[in-house]
Design a protein around this ligand. Structure first.
Ligand SMILES: Cc1cc2nc3c(=O)[nH]c(=O)nc-3n(C[C@H](O)[C@H](O)[C@H](O)COP(=O)(O)OP(=O)(O)OC[C@H]3O[C@@H](n4cnc5c(N)ncnc54)[C@H](O)[C@@H]3O)c2cc1C
Length: 396
């Protein structure tokens, strides 16, 4: 790693648009909540230089890009990163812009070195056991890489979509912003999760809606005895339950519960229909379901989730055959590679803001320990470190 120029500006605190090659200890890919939480703990380690990179133009943009009416389902108390509580607001639940602004303010307040507009094109291992990342703004060599690029990278749309006539308007939930994006005629919402439920309720205010939720939906009250569901999950220790615990395994096997009962009310009053069959194929304006019945529609909103896309990670043994991360509580089998922000990474709340602090701290502890071992090994063999130019920590 010693043959690359160390560019101190590129690791100075604050969001920047520097272009150029750098050599650092830790590269964090993604500056969403998982990356920022990791940056928070890295900032407490004076012996480690680090840089966060993000392909987006602004910190918090992954939240701002979501639909207009999106309000968090976690109360503010459970929507905070370490060291900076989410500010109080009009509602107990922040909206998507508030959380976007909170993350922007967090990065600035913590003085984190974030390089925006920097998409990682590929990451390879180098011959010295570290990593080299090619990005849209230059190469970055790093001893350790933390991947915090989010679990929602590649929207998934079933192949059935191809059979629909071009006159049928189709959108994935990641592209939906507001009801006006779809015609004011019948909409088929496909999906059994919270996105499907929320958007079906929103659309039902202005048009007929059918929800195709394979296997059906199950519902949880958003409040119980005056307290948010999340308080109960916290009090009962389910929220922090280890991924492997019996309770967590039961919750996981059951699939996402729909928080709130607005959709149920619409179904009960005949203003919406839920179908429990899977969408199998489509032809023209008709969608065929697994029981052989058909639904005629003018628009389809696919709330069918995401697939992993780590095609840029060219490190063997990092991913399984399905492209999912291979890890043990966030630690990859590849030395020096770590993950933060994966759903169920260590606990039930790993994939939401509330779980970032613990998982990020753990990743940084591991990096720090590995770095110390490297330092000890270098000292005992009386050889200089291979990259003596690396700055101790970003300039603040
Ligand atoms: C509709 C919806 C509602 C949700 N509501 C809640 C809620 O109420 N409460 C809650 O706690 N959680 C909620 N979540 C879950 C979760 O908290 C969010 O998805 C959150 O955005 C995940 O944060 P992250 O940092 O892991 O990933 P992201 O926010 O997706 O951030 C990842 C970042 O990595 C960057 N990136 C990706 N690939 C690259 C690359 N190759 N090179 C450079 N940069 C890259 C992206 O630009 C992005 O900025 C919700 C999720 C969804 C989809």
């Amino acid at each position: 790693m010693g043959d690359m120029t160390t560019d101190e500006n590129a690791v100075s605190a604050g969001t920047d648009r520097s272009v150029g090659d750098v050599c650092i200890d830790v590269l964090v890919i993604g500056a969403g909540q998982a990356g920022l939480g990791t940056g928070y703990w890295l900032g407490k380690e004076p012996g480690l230089s680090f840089l966060l990179v993000d392909g987006a133009e602004g910190v918090g943009d992954s939240w701002r890009r979501r639909w207009d009416s999106l309000q968090l389902f976690t109360p503010r108390r459970f929507s905070s990163l370490p060291g900076t509580p989410m500010p109080q607001g009009r509602s107990e639940y922040a909206n998507k812009d508030e959380i976007g602004d909170y993350l922007t303010a967090f990065a600035a307040g913590q003085g984190l070195p974030v390089r925006l507009g920097t998409r990682v094109l590929h990451v390879d291992q180098d011959s010295s056991g570290g990593f080299i990342a090619e990005t849209t703004t230059g190469s970055i060599r790093a001893r350790y890489v933390v991947i915090a690029s989010g679990p929602y990278s590649a929207p998934f749309i079933p192949a059935a979509a191809d059979g629909l006539d071009p006159s049928v308007v189709q959108l994935h939930s990641s592209a939906y912003e507001r009801p006006g994006d779809l015609p004011e005629s019948h909409v088929l919402v496909v999906g059994a999760g919270n996105s499907a439920a929320q958007l079906a309720v929103e659309l039902a205010a202005s048009r007929p809606v059918t929800v195709a939720a394979p296997g059906g939906m199950w519902f949880l009250p958003s409040r119980l005895l005056g307290l948010s569901l999340y308080w109960w999950l916290w009090i009962t220790r389910i929220l922090n339950g280890r991924s492997g615990s019996r309770v967590s395994r039961t919750v996981r096997a059951r699939g996402d519960g729909i928080i709130g009962k607005e959709l149920l009310t619409l179904v009960a009053t005949g203003r919406m229909r839920i179908i429990k069959e899977r969408v199998c194929s489509a032809n023209g304006n008709e969608v065929e379901l697994s029981d052989g019945t058909h639904v005629r529609t003018e628009a389809v909103l696919w709330c069918t989730g995401y697939q992993p896309d780590y095609s840029w990670l060219r490190v063997s043994k990092a991913l399984d055959e399905g492209g999912h991360p291979i890890h043990d509580n966030g630690r990859s089998a590849v030395p020096g590679l770590h993950w933060v922000g994966l759903p169920w990474q260590t606990r039930l709340n790993s994939g939401i803001i509330d779980g970032v602090d613990r998982d990020a701290r753990r990743a940084v502890c591991r990096v720090k320990a590995a770095h110390a071992r490297r330092g000890d090994a270098a000292a005992s063999s009386n050889r200089p470190l291979r990259n003596p130019k690396v700055p101790d920590r970003p300039t603040r």
